[in-house]
Design a protein around this ligand. Structure first.
Ligand SMILES: [Zn+2]
Length: 309
């Protein structure tokens, strides 16, 4: 046998993975009566310093070294979620889409959604944690809009849609080209899905046991989604909590539009998660990105779920 035949290839190296690909890019769990499925959209690779823009480079370097992580690019997982509650199928965020050649290891969200058996036409509601391109891009991919239901509801915070009409990047550490992409993706989204958008101010009940609440911080309209059924609870935290946040909640992420407020938000959410024992799904935690948050003195610890599929 030749090397080619015997070598395993990660899905990310396939140019067009078929729907029968065997590498799991989905993880299903139950929250009481509500079904939740996490779909991976692969991995982004931003510069490692963007994970901790206010950290001493030596301290940041040590943190990365201790975890055998590269000091150049940070492997930043990208996850979105499907929730089924009552007669509704909700999509929470949508991955990055295909417009971004700088991120070749992500961008096949819709294919992965379909490989997981979720028909786009069955989605009744989309809930956006915020409008950065790695959260709205999947729904902007070629041919996607025409396959969604005409009566699709897209729930997003009013402060978010307002913000992107005239966004402020002064406190981010995003390169100008990326900021321009972010602006374009949010405006494109509002133009393509304008008739479907249902804004909320601070809180909306979007399905039985499923609510979305504005937190602000990361972006002015950043929101988290809480799922509760019986005694089971889960929070989809969007971009409030990152892989570095447990050891260093005070580290600013270069994509945060108000990093000081973002730090306050993540501390508040981690306290809540530790107190309630709620599951957390976090967009950029490694797949399947499901775990709990334990309080250890003044710090927090990520306790990943034990794989069960
Ligand atoms: Zn993000």
């Amino acid at each position: 046998m030749s090397n080619v035949e015997t070598k395993f290839r990660p899905v990310s190296q396939e140019t067009k993975p078929g729907l029968d690909e065997l590498v799991p890019s989905r993880y299903a769990m139950q929250v009481g009566d509500i079904e939740v499925m996490i779909i991976s959209d692969g991995v982004l690779t931003p510069p490692a310093e963007s994970m901790a823009t206010n950290a001493d480079p030596a301290v940041r370097g040590e943190w990365l070294d201790e975890r055998f992580l590269s000091k150049d690019a940070f492997d930043w997982a990208l996850n979105a979620v499907v929730v089924r509650s009552g007669s509704q199928t909700l999509l929470i965020d949508s991955g990055i889409g295909e417009e971004y050649p700088d991120f070749p290891r992500a961008g096949q969200f819709v294919q992965r959604l379909e490989a997981a058996g979720v028909d786009l036409g069955s989605v009744t509601d989309v809930v956006l944690t915020h409008m950065h391109f790695d959260h709205v891009g999947g729904l902007l991919a070629e041919g996607v809009k025409s396959r969604t239901r005409p009566d699709l509801r897209v729930h997003v915070c009013a402060s978010e849609t307002d913000f992107w009409k005239s966004p402020d990047f002064s406190q981010t550490a995003m390169p100008p080209a990326l900021a321009a992409l972010a602006r374009k993706a949010s405006l494109d989204f509002m133009s393509v899905y304008g008739d479907n958008i249902r804004t909320f101010k601070d809180l909306a009940e979007v399905a039985p046991g499923v609510s979305v609440t504005r937190t602000g911080g990361h972006t002015p309209g950043h929101s988290v989604v809480r799922v509760q059924s019986g005694n089971d609870r889960l929070m989809f935290g969007g971009d409030a909590i990152f892989p570095v946040s447990f050891d260093h909640p005070e580290w600013h992420n270069g994509f945060e539009h108000d990093p000081v407020e973002a730090t306050r938000v993540r501390l508040r959410l981690m306290r809540e998660l530790a107190d309630t024992g709620s599951w957390l799904i976090s967009t950029h935690m490694p797949f399947p990105s499901v775990g709990r948050v334990a309080a250890v003195g003044e710090k927090y610890r990520w306790v990943p779920t034990w794989w069960d599929y």
